[in-house]
Design a protein around this ligand. Sequence first.
Ligand code: TRP
Ligand code: SF4
Length: 328
Amino acid sequence: MVKKRILSGMRPSGRLHLGHAEGVLSNWVKLQDEYECYYEVADFHSLTTDYQNTSGLKNNIKEMVIDWLSCGLDPDKCCMFVQSDVSEHAQLHLLLSMIVPLSWLERCPTYKEQLQQLKDRDISTYGFLGYPVLQAADILLYRADAVPVGEDQLPHLELSREIVRRFNFIYKPKAQIFLEPSALLTHCPKLPGMDGRKMSKSYNNCIYISDSAEVITKKIKQMITDPARIKVNDPGHPDVCSVYGLHKVYTSSSEVKNLTGQCKEGEIGCVACKKNLIQTLLTKMEPIHKKRKEVEKYPIQSILRKAGERAREVACSTMGEVRKTMGI
Ligand code: TRP
Ligand code: SF4
């Protein structure tokens, strides 16, 4: 049976944290066996917001790919490539940009949000506005049947679908080369960071996939718990405690139930509670840490180069058809 094809991507922003591991990566690893998978390091996408400072880009790509491999992505099972190694992305982006109405891009919710949020950077650029066109080009070049994404990316996927409809409508009598890609919605558990806010690099509150056992232990020991608990047997409020938030993701639900009762009744101290979390998390991370030691010896550049060549074959064939369809 022919496997269905999926494509997904991540911007290379450097080291990944536990939120990425629990949400996106564990899902990508599972999908490797069921689908023909293309996983892209979206470095062109990084440029849309970080074009001024590119000095760390190459290193960020390497660090992210090491994290991918440590978490179990297998270069023999999936094609993990760097977007800018496949120049067809730029070509298709250009051609699609001819047909995409400005208004579609201006009303995209992520566009408006980011303009507000990234005030420190000048992103009132042509490239940033075209972010979803670049993403559509990624998906369409590989004619992916489905795209595993988190909820935050759904507006972009919807735009890709609209672009397909418009493309097929404009160049109608010719073969329909693109099908509308569907979303494979990924459940991303909410991971609190060390300060209780959502785990995010910009808040500097992350536990990283690459953190050693010692660093993880130290970080958890430093976490703030329920501020109302001063003595060990004060009754606690697990819902305001980010240690509890992490337990909910990593500890079995029956144990979480026990913990909830014990915390509320003041039967367990925060130090002991953290100790349990450290134990659970380190057990969970052990295979990843082990794999990382191996991965550090991998020829990363050559893995990426080979994958880029494989990706280019597919991308070139699609571009051939696009040119024919558009009459250029
Ligand atoms: N925009 C996505 C993100 O920020 C990354 C991405 C780039 C992507 N190209 C893609 C995701 C294609 C899915 C499909 O997370
Ligand atoms: Fe948080 Fe655990 Fe302390 Fe309760 S016992 S406040 S869940 S660290």
